[in-house]
Structures are given as C-alpha cells and as structure tokens.
Design a protein around this ligand. Structure first.
Ligand code: HEC
Ligand code: HEC
Ligand code: HEC
Length: 370
C-alpha cells in the first residue's frame, strides 16, 4: 500500500483498506444513490466521465507507461505494485478483502478518498444520519481540510526517486488549492471558503509528508532536501506564532530530530489553518511572502534559493487569486508571470534577478492589500 511506503501517515484511508473489505464504485453507483442524473446524486457520473482518477489505471497501459516500465525493468505496469499503489489501489488489497464488483481497473475510486465503507454503508442513507454520524462510523471527514489534504497527499507528494530519475515519471508537488480546483467537483464547498485556506493547509501537510519521507529514507536527500528546506522556509514566513524561529535552512545535512520537530510544526500549522481562516490571514500571509526579497539576496546554496522561488511563485499565485476581485490585480498578475518565468529553470536561477522582480511585485501588490 502507498501507506506502507510513501504516505498517509495521519489517519489513513489507504491503510484502513488493508484490514477492511474494499467495495468498488459500482456499490455506490445506482441511480437512486450516487449514480443519478440529478445534481444531488451525480457523484458517480462526474467521477466516471470527467475525473482523471477514474482513468488512472488506464494510464498504466499507455505507451508512456510502457517506456517507463522498460527503463525501470518492470514487466507489466498494470500489475506492478510500484505503480498500482497510487494508480489502482484496489490491486494492492488482499484478494479476500476485495468485494465482488470491485476492480483494480476503476483506478482511484470512491473508497480511496472517502475511506472504507464497511462501517457506514448500511446506515449512511438514513435521513436522520448526519455528516458527523457518518464520520463517527468511519467515513473520512473530507470536509475538514486537514483530513482532506492528508487523503490527497498520500499519492501526490512523495514518490520513489528512481521512478522519477530513471523512469521519467512526472515529479510530484502537492498543492491542495490548485489541485482541488482542477478536480471536477462532485460536491459543494461550504459558502465563502477561501482558496487561501486550502493552499495553506495543503502546504503544511506537504511539508509533514516530505519530513516523514526523508526520515523514513524513502526519498533522495540530494533532490528532496532542498525542496524540504524551501517549503520549511515558506511556512516559517507564514507562522505568526513564530515557533519556527531558529530553524536553520542553509546546511546540507538534516538530523532525524529536526525532521521530527518539523513534522510537529507542520501538524500544528495544518490543524490551525483548517480550524479557522479569517480573510485578513490571506492578506497578512500574502504581504509577508511578498516581502521576502532580502532572503534571496542573502547568500545561500543556489539550489535552495531556486527551490524557494518555485514554491513561492505557486504560493503568490494562489493567494493573489483568493483576494477579492479588483481591476488593479492585473498589474500584480503580470508581474507574477515574470516571477514564474524566472523561477522556471533551477539550473539558470538567478537569486538577485528574482529578488529585484519580487520587490516590484510587492509594490504592485500594496494597493490591493488595504
Ligand atoms: C490513491 C491515490 C490518490 C489519491 C488518494 C488522490 N489522487 Fe489525485 N491522482 C492520482 C493519480 C494516480 C493521478 C494521475 C491520474 C492519471 O493521469 O493517470 C491523479 C491525478 C490528479 C489530478 C490531475 C493531475 C494533477 O496532479 O494536477 C488532480 C487535480 C488530482 N489528482 C487531485 C486530487 C485531490 C484534490 C485529491 C484529494 C481530494 C486526490 N487527487 C487524491 C492518485 C490519487
Ligand atoms: C506516489 C504515487 C504514484 C506512483 C507510485 C506512481 N504514480 Fe504515476 N502519477 C501519479 C500522479 C499523482 C500523477 C499525476 C501527476 C501530474 O499530472 O502532475 C501521475 C502521472 C503519471 C503519468 C502521466 C499521465 C499523464 O497523462 O500526464 C504516467 C504515464 C504514470 N503516472 C505512470 C506511472 C507508472 C508506470 C508508475 C509505476 C512505474 C507510476 N505512475 C507510479 C502518482 C503516482
Ligand atoms: C480523489 C478523491 C475523491 C474521490 C475518488 C471521490 N471523492 Fe467524493 N468527495 C471528495 C471530496 C474532497 C469531497 C468534498 C468533501 C465533502 O463534501 O465530504 C467529496 C464529497 C462527496 C460527497 C458529498 C457531496 C456533497 O455535496 O456534500 C459524496 C456523496 C461523494 N463525495 C461521493 C463519492 C462517490 C460516490 C465517489 C465514487 C464514484 C467519490 N465520491 C469519489 C473526494 C473524492
């Protein structure tokens, strides 16, 4: 399971699937349940027709997967655990636990995100059953952004470095807000929920996951330590309690104690962010991050500076998008495009150019923050 190797270290649906019977999407898909045409019951239809998660098994049968498999010495990606763990989780469940009708070919289906439904299948349709009752019966509370981020991150952040370096699998980077918007929605978000909140919780959870993967020795420190340091830096700049002051970001080594401390901090931030998010947090975090030009001027390993820039531009993009509509946003957006271009190539990254353009961005942002 992905949970053994890469993730879902916090209350994980994937691990739970190891001991619970696993039901397939067909169980949920009758027209009176989640396979109807009406808005309230269209979840199966949206997932099966528009969501890439329903095609993730088929991806393992493409020419691109065949090339990856060849480079990695894998016989058949469709049955290889190193692939199915994320692309077809049902393939990794012990046969005796797979319920009739559930098939690996359904890809990432309902239970992969919502958790095993043994506990709540029978009762969850009762009219008196609330969301809290379902969660108490074992359904994963995906309305809570912390629990949601922990569900997604298991497949969207850490990946065996040889798959990327030798197999040329896309490198993974978890960012909850953008990825939530990209996934075709089969649900309604609560009124007024800010994308900035999802962004923040997602980044904290991504850092927890990276810390965990490094501590377990699942990642390549050469590649992933700079990314870990960059994300830690970013979160430090948003940590209003300043409990992360004193973390050093420049050294090449990291101790297991530092990684454990990082996991603790990441959990604290994710919990805080998920529990409440006032509109002024968006403004404050955005202002703090836009004022970081000096950090790029200070001397530090180029790779860490480039990794910081990579995370920073993604952050500024999500936070800017979360501000109330304002015609003056256009100018800040086009300056942000410049920053994206400068951050694009790690080997060519110039910290001083980036710092200069970031200062201009901060100027253009000012009128939007009042
Ligand atoms: C069991 C593993 C798994 C879980 C859990 C999971 N995904 Fe995915 N996701 C995948 C795989 C595999 C792909 C690639 C699908 C393909 O193209 O074959 C993918 C693709 C995507 C994509 C399109 C490509 C991209 O990265 O932009 C989005 C968006 C996405 N997932 C969002 C989410 C969100 C949001 C969650 C949590 C609510 C989530 N996923 C949970 C495995 C997972
Ligand atoms: C840790 C989870 C994970 C594992 C393990 C994994 N993948 Fe993926 N894979 C993903 C995610 C997530 C995406 C979407 C990435 C994106 O679009 O940014 C993806 C994307 C892909 C794509 C590109 C799909 C497209 O059309 O863009 C291919 C091909 C692929 N994976 C094949 C494989 C093969 C083959 C293996 C085994 C050797 C494998 N994957 C193992 C999570 C995983
Ligand atoms: C990639 C992850 C993922 C997959 C796969 C997935 N869901 Fe969801 N689902 C979510 C998220 C995130 C939410 C939003 C949180 C919530 O409302 O509980 C959600 C919400 C829901 C809701 C609540 C709708 C509402 O408006 O309150 C239902 C019902 C649901 N999903 C059913 C399904 C069914 C049935 C399937 C399989 C056909 C499925 N989901 C597959 C992530 C997923």
């Amino acid at each position: 399971m992905a949970s053994e190797m890469f993730g879902a270290t916090d209350g994980d649906s994937l691990a739970a699937n190891c001991v619970n019977p696993v039901y397939g999407a067909l169980t949920c898909s009758t027209s009176s349940c989640h396979g109807g045409a009406a808005e309230k019951s269209r979840q199966y239809v949206i997932w099966s027709q528009r969501d890439v998660h329903s095609r993730s098994y088929a991806t393992l049968g493409t020419a691109r997967s065949a090339r990856m498999a060849e480079a990695l010495g894998i016989k058949d990606p469709l049955t290889e655990r190193r692939c199915t763990t994320c692309h077809a989780p049902i393939a990794t469940v012990e046969t005796g636990l797979v319920m009739p009708g559930a098939k690996a070919s359904e890809g990432v289906s309902c239970v992969s995100c919502h958790g095993p439904l043994e506990g709540w299948l029978r009762n969850h349709t009762r009219p008196d059953y609330t969301h809290a009752d379902r969660v108490a019966a074992g359904m994963r509370d995906l309305r809570d952004l912390n629990a949601r981020a922990n569900a997604c991150v298991a497949c969207h952040q850490n990946i065996d470095p040889t798959l990327v370096e030798i197999g040329r699998h896309p490198a993974l980077i978890f960012e909850l807000d953008g990825q939530t918007q990209e996934q075709p929605k089969h649900w309604r978000e609560p009124e007024g929920r800010s994308g900035a909140q999802a962004w923040f919780v997602g980044q904290a959870v991504a850092w927890r996951e990276l810390s965990w993967g490094l501590r377990q020795g699942h990642l390549d420190p050469k590649r992933d330590l700079p990314r870990w340091r960059a994300l830690g830096w970013l979160l430090q700049r948003t940590d209003f309690d300043r409990k992360m002051d004193g973390f050093g970001w420049a050294s090449q080594e990291v101790t297991p104690a530092e990684l454990t401390a990082a996991e603790g901090n990441a959990r604290r931030l994710a919990r805080q962010g998920a529990d409440g998010w006032a509109p002024q947090y968006t403004v404050r975090v955005l202002a703090n991050l836009a004022e970081t030009a000096a950090d790029f001027r200070s001397v530090g390993p180029a790779l860490i500076q480039a990794s910081r820039a990579e995370r920073l531009v993604l952050a500024l993009d999500r936070l800017l998008a979360a501000l109330p509509a304002d015609p003056r946003r256009t100018e800040a957006s086009s300056q942000l495009d410049r920053l994206f271009r400068l951050a694009q190539s790690i080997p060519d990254f110039s910290p001083s150019d980036f710092a200069r353009e970031l200062e201009i961005f901060a100027q253009k942002l000012k009128p939007l923050l009042n």
